[in-house]
Design a protein around this ligand. Structure first.
Ligand code: HEM
Length: 411
């Protein structure tokens, strides 16, 4: 801790990017709710407070922009006006609007649809491994953890497989649009690409309206709202919702698979144990979500002056509830910093959030991670980390996962 009770909470500090957990531990003990100047947000690290921030929708609002740059360069707003306006979509909605959207999404995104996806997830997993098995080495993030969820979310929504690469490129452009370090020129280019993405999605929506199929998009287009809860989704709403689903559905899961593989290969004997008893993969996935969650936290806006752990947080303030810290709070788990794939209740984590915003894709993410792990250890029984490999991490405050994972095996 530096003077005046402030922590250095710097997403670009190398030690923090590589391992944020020592900082979280100190924050929980010394300053569980503190104002981080560099970001202008209140950082909340204790499990009980994180739960409160995530679940108390009266005090903590989820309204924020996903596609709108905080500081838009000249011309960016004019370019974006050529596309579809950003409207809140689930993640960034408060009740009662959230209640209607969630009900509509729930009818289309049913547990049955997730279960039905299992054979597709298996087929896509095998096809990816077919692509590199004979090489004896691969970057398992670039060739496996990242493409799998991307293809799954495209197939789920009903986006043609041939367009998956373009969809990925567009999501990168959207990230550039809202990143702090894009030059004005780069921001304008990203705004053009964002408009192209929106038009592509709108055309897809119109195509399903004219010609329904058995996919999530058709389900969303035709979903009927519960009584007194507004009408069906408009095209503008669906464009925003699809962007939320595509964003929420692929990089998060890629980071889960990448981190789980890193933990798996770092623990000799675990791969063989899972190959012998695939049900053990479930505990590995839950323990990964607990000890090193892909989504490190969530933002909220304080609706009225409030108090957390005895600290007064003013109305209008931005709060960052650190899930990665809450999961390692000693109040939540014994020996919380230890990765223990045999932990009795590894699922007592907040990795998918809590309350009304609980992740709609949790079952799908678990299915993908389980399939990826069990199939990899079965097909490449002696897979191991390349000699001396040390994982580089995303330089990001919110999302966490290895950007590369070099593995080797005998051909
Ligand atoms: C390991 C993978 C994933 C993680 C760690 C994750 C994490 C989360 C978290 C923490 C939240 C709550 C955010 C908040 O309260 O502010 C959330 C919500 C959400 N997630 Fe996920 N997610 C994952 C996978 C997915 C997938 C596969 C999809 C879509 C197919 C998805 C779509 C969503 C959506 C739409 C919401 C908003 C729900 C609402 O506001 O009602 N996520 N996710």
């Amino acid at each position: 801790m530096t003077e005046a009770g402030t922590f250095v909470f710097d997403r670009f500090s190398e030690s923090h990017v590589e391992n944020p957990y020592p900082l979280y531990r100190r924050a929980r003990a010394e300053a569980p709710v503190y104002y981080a100047d560099a970001f202008g947000v209140w950082v909340v690290t204790r499990r009980a407070d994180v739960r409160t921030v995530l679940t108390d929708v009266e005090r903590f609002s989820s309204a924020f922009g996903i596609r709108t740059p905080l500081v838009a360069a000249d011309g960016v707003r004019e370019i974006l006006a050529e596309g579809y306006p950003e409207v809140p979509a689930l993640l960034n909605e408060d009740p009662p609007a959230h209640t209607r959207t969630r009900a509509l999404v729930a009818t289309a995104f049913s547990p049955r649809r997730t279960r039905e996806l299992a054979p597709h997830v298996q087929r896509l997993t095998d096809a990816l491994i077919d692509g590199f098995a004979a090489d004896g080495e691969a970057d398992l993030v670039g060739r496996f953890a990242l493409p799998l969820p991307l293809r799954v979310i495209c197939e789920l929504i009903g986006i043609p497989a041939a367009d998956a690469g373009q969809v990925r490129a567009w999501t990168e452009e959207l990230k550039t649009l809202t990143s702090f370090d894009a030059t004005p020129e780069r921001q304008r280019e990203a705004a053009h690409q964002s408009v192209a993405f929106e038009r592509y999605l709108a055309a897809l929506v119109e195509a399903r309206r004219a010609d329904p199929r058995d996919d999530l998009l058709t389900g969303l287009v035709t979903a009927e709202p519960p009584e007194d809860a507004g009408g069906r989704f408009s095209t503008t709403e669906l464009v925003s919702l699809l962007i939320t689903l595509i964003f929420g559905g692929h990089e998060t899961t890629a980071n889960l698979i990448g981190t789980a593989l890193l933990l798996l290969l770092g623990h000799p004997g675990l791969a063989a144990a899972i190959a012998a008893d695939p049900a053990r993969a479930d505990s590995l996935v839950e323990e990964t979500l607990r000890v090193d969650p892909p989504v490190q936290g969530s933002f909220r806006t304080v609706v009225a002056d409030t108090e957390l752990s005895g600290v007064r947080v003013p109305a209008g303030a931005q709060v960052f509830a650190v899930i990665g810290s809450a999961n390692r709070d000693p109040a939540a788990a014994a020996d919380p910093d230890t990765f223990d794939p045999d932990r009795a209740r590894p699922d007592r984590h907040l990795a998918f959030g809590r309350g009304i915003h609980f992740c709609v894709g949790a079952a799908l993410a678990r299915l993908e991670a389980r399939t990826a792990i069990t199939t990899l250890v079965r097909r490449l029984p002696d897979v191991r980390l390349a000699d001396g490999f040390r994982a580089p991490y995303l330089a990001n405050l919110l999302h966490r996962g290895p950007t590369r994972l070099e593995a080797v095996w005998s051909r």
